[in-house]
Design a protein around this ligand. Structure first.
Ligand code: ZN
Ligand code: ZN
Length: 423
């Protein structure tokens, strides 16, 4: 249903590039307002929005004025004021990918999608003459996602859910590919992976006087002109290609993994592989960490390059299309048990404490001690009871509900005993 005002939007999608936002808008089921004027914004909010629906969700799409963590954080903060009901932000678009996940030996190809609920901030540290040292003992691995996100991730990783998700993605991708030629699959010939130690640089003496890279093997010395040139024009050695795409079928595999987020673009095969091994990351982006601090967040990104010096933009539009398709597919499964939007609204109206008290009283009735005849009833209430225990408002009143807590404990232990018995 079309919301009355901005508080009725519960999902935000944040995009850094226009091409990413374009793909998302094409997959909206309904656009209420292309430029966000009808719903207005909070005073001081300079963000741009498009609002509409994706599936059953009211969604606000938010554009970033520029790439990077600080910009993402700024956008997310302002959005929280204008759209106070948002309970989940999806950061959707393109990212660099790790070609081979070291711990599972799973290959990632261009156009594949990384879905992540864990962000590693890898630029937190100091640059020393002999290299960059990451600081330990600080929150470089950002906060744990909330329980609803963790539960959904577990569900999506089952083989049945994964194959449903994959089918949905293929279907949405087809919608995009039919709409405009720019979303087409680029073809297997442009998916090549160079040896991580082989740099994209002038292999011949350059015409530019500013070239530093012809005589250097340092990845930090690649000159501007080389950075802006293609592998073909620099004649990067095809003998140093270590992997080609095996099949020419379009489509996207999904990978669940961590995203490493930083303000600098990852353009080094060696650093990429080291971080993949040390931190078990699957991809690299520049926005995730910024949004992470502000809102419960999931990052859904199509892989557009291998985060090495040879990276170019040939796969950017297609990867934006697979990222947007995956975000839409993901939202089909996002069905939080309790609506965060309602909760935020109640908090704003000082009704939440009352709501918590009523919920606790109702649960006290539903959890009679040792009454196994009502087992199905209290079992159905158990998820609500567990989420109640996590509410800060309840934690403050816990002492009044000792009986309820004991009964929940008894019911849980009965369930565990039943499970052990069945095993
Ligand atoms: Zn050069
Ligand atoms: Zn190259």
């Amino acid at each position: 249903m079309r919301p009355k005002d901005r508080s009725g939007f519960s999902i935000a999608i944040i995009c850094a590039l226009t091409v990413e936002a374009d793909a998302v808008i094409l997959l909206f089921d309904e656009v209420y307002d292309r430029y966000g004027d009808e719903y207005g914004r909070h005073p001081g909010d300079t963000n741009s929005y498009t609002v509409g629906t994706i599936g059953k969700h009211n969604v606000v799409l938010c554009y970033m004025p520029e790439m990077g963590k600080a910009s993402a954080a700024g956008v997310a903060t302002k959005m929280k004021f204008s759209y106070p009901g948002v309970s989940l932000a999806l950061v959707v678009g393109v990212c660099g990918g790790v070609p081979l996940l070291p711990y599972s030996n799973t290959p990632i190809f261009l156009g594949d999608v990384i879905i992540s609920h864990a962000v590693v901030r890898y630029d937190y540290g100091r640059q020393y003459p002999d290299g960059f040292k990451r600081k330990k003992g600080i929150p470089e691995n950002l906060g744990r996602p909330n329980q609803e996100i963790r539960t959904l991730f577990q569900r999506l990783q089952t083989s049945m859910a994964r194959s449903d998700l994959q089918n949905d993605i293929a279907q949405y991708l087809e919608v995009l590919r039919r709409s405009e030629p720019r979303w087409q699959y680029p073809g297997k010939a442009c998916d090549v992976l160079f040896d991580a130690s082989y740099h994209h640089k002038h292999h011949q003496q350059a015409t530019s006087l500013k070239c530093l890279c012809f005589n250097s093997e340092s990845p930090g010395q690649i000159c501007q002109e080389a950075q802006e040139s293609s592998c073909d024009s620099l004649e990067c050695d095809e003998n140093r290609i270590i992997r080609r795409r095996p099949s020419d079928a379009a489509g996207a595999s999904i990978h669940f993994g961590k995203i490493a987020s930083s303000d600098t673009v990852m353009k080094s095969g060696e650093h990429r592989d080291k971080l993949a091994k040390d931190e078990d990351v699957a991809g690299f982006d520049m926005e995730g960490a910024g949004v992470w601090d502000e809102l419960p967040c999931i990052i859904i990104k199509g892989v557009c390059d291998y985060a090495d010096s040879h990276k170019d933009k040939k796969w950017q539009a297609y990867a934006a299309a697979t990222g947007a398709s995956s975000a839409k597919a993901f939202l089909r499964y996002w069905n939080p048990a309790s609506s965060e939007a309602t909760r935020n609204w109640m908090r704003g109206n000082q009704q939440f404490t009352l709501y918590i008290r009523k919920t606790a009283e109702r649960l006290t009735e539903a959890f009679p001690n040792n009454d196994h005849t009502k087992r199905n009833l209290w079992r159905s209430y158990l998820p609500h009871a567990l989420s109640l225990l996590e509410e800060d408002e309840f934690k403050g009143q816990r002492e009044q509900y000792i009986d309820l807590l004991e009964n929940i404990g008894d019911c849980l232990s009965t369930l565990i005993l039943c499970r052990v018995w069945h095993v």
